[in-house]
Design a protein. Sequence first.
Length: 492
Amino acid sequence: MLCVTPELAPWAKSGGLGDVSAALPVALRASGVDARLLVPAYPGLRAACKNERPLADDLHFDGDFAPARLLSAELPGTAPLFIIDCPPCYERPGGVYQDGQGRDWPDNHLRFGLLSRVAALLGSADTPLDWMPDVVHCHDWPAGLAPAYLNFARAPRSASLMTIHNAAFQGIFPPATLSALGLPPQAFSSEGVEYYGNLSFLKAGIHYADRISTVSPTYAREIQTPELGCGMDGLLRHRSPHLSGILNGIDTTVWDPATDPLLAQRYDAAHLTRKRANKFALQARFGFEVYEEIPLLGVVSRVVQQKGLDLLAQIVPRLAAHPVQLVVLGAGEPELERVWRALAEKYRRQVAVTIGYDEALAHVVEAAADIFVMPSRFEPCGLNQLYSMRYGTPPVVRATGGLADTVTDCNAHTLADGTATGFVFHEPTGAALHGAIDRALAARNDSAAWRALQLNGMRRDFSWQAPARRYAELYYALIAERTAPGGSSPAD
C-alpha cells in the first residue's frame, strides 16, 4: 500500500492529517500490511532524512511540471519513505500550503499535482520501481488527482482509496489548470474533475477513486447532507455504497502522560494526583493565581469559526465573572485572532492566549487543564478530544462528526454504567456551550464522580490498532474487486 500525503508530522504539519500520515502506516505495517509513504521533499523534512538513495533521477510529465527526482529515505519512527525532490515546488520557506504571511502558494496546483502524478506513476505499468502497490491510498485534496491520473494510466493499475479528512478543503483552481496539470480534455466534465466551472482535486478523488473513506462514521453521514457536504453531497450520496467512515486513532507512544517528556510531572491512571503539578506550572507560566481549586479550561485549536472559537469568545465575559482560568493555543483567522488577543488583554489574570503552533505547549495544556473545550461547528474526527481523555482531562464537545462518535456525555446513567467521558452539547450557540461548561464545572465539585470520569476516558483505547485493521480490510476488499473477473474502477 502506498500512502500519498502532503503532510508528515512533525516535519511537515498543519493539522491532524500530519499526525495520521505518520502513525497509520506504522500501525498498518505492524498488522502485516506493506505500507510505504510518498511525500514532497520539504526542507525541514529533507533535513531530517537519513540514507537517501535515488530511485528515479529524471521524471518528466506532460503539462507545466518541473523535472523531479524520486528518492528513498528514512525518518525515525515512520514507514519506508519515498520523497519527491523538486526544488522549484518544495524548497521554499513557509508552511505546507502557504507562505510566511498566510497566503496560499500560487502554484499549489502544480505542487500537489506533482504529488498526485508521481503517486499514479508508481501505481501504473510505467512505474520506475520494482515494487508496485496494490492500493494507492490518497489523503485529502492534495492527493486527489492521483485517482484521476490512474484512470488514464497504462494498465495494470493499482486500486485507489480516497480519504477525506475535511470536505471543506477542496483544492479548487481555474479551468485553465487542466492543461498545466497534463490531464486530457475529456477529464474536464461533470463526470470528471470539473466542479461548477472550475477544477477540483477533491472532486476528482471522490469521482475516480475505487473506494472513499472519511475519518469517522458520523462525518461519513454528515458529508452526504447539504449542510456539511460543502457542495459535494450529491456526488457523495451517489458514491455512498463505496463510502466508509473509519475513526482516526492517536499515536499512544507520543501521547502518553506516563512517558511524555514535555510535562512538568508525568502521571498515569494510578497516580492522577501528580497531574496537578502540570496545572500549577501552566498557571505560573501565564501569571495566573496558582491554586488547585480554580478550574482551568484548555483549548488547542485552529482559531477559526469551524472550530467554534467565536462561540467560546462570546461567553468569555460570563466565564470571567467566576473563578475560572482559560488558556488558548492556536492560530487561524486574523480577525478572530484579534478578538482573542483583546480578551487576553482585558482578562489578563484569567485568560491567556498564545497565537501560533507550539507542539510542546499543546502537550502541556492537555495535561494541565481540568477541562478541555472543543465547540466545533463541524469536526470530521478530531484528535484533541482523544488526547484529552488519555490525559485525564474531560472534554466539552459539540455533538458533531468524530466528537459525537468518541465522547459520551456525562449524566447519572452514564456515570453509573462507566461510559461517561465528557460533556456534549448540540446547538452551535454560545448559550449551549456555556451550559455544557457549567455542567462540567458542577461535576468537578464531586471529586469521586470526577475521578471516575477521568479514569473512564483514560481507559479507552484510541490507539491505531483497530483503525488499521479496518483500513486493511478495505485494502483487501479493493484487491479482491480488482482481481475478480471484469473487476474495474467505478469511474471506468
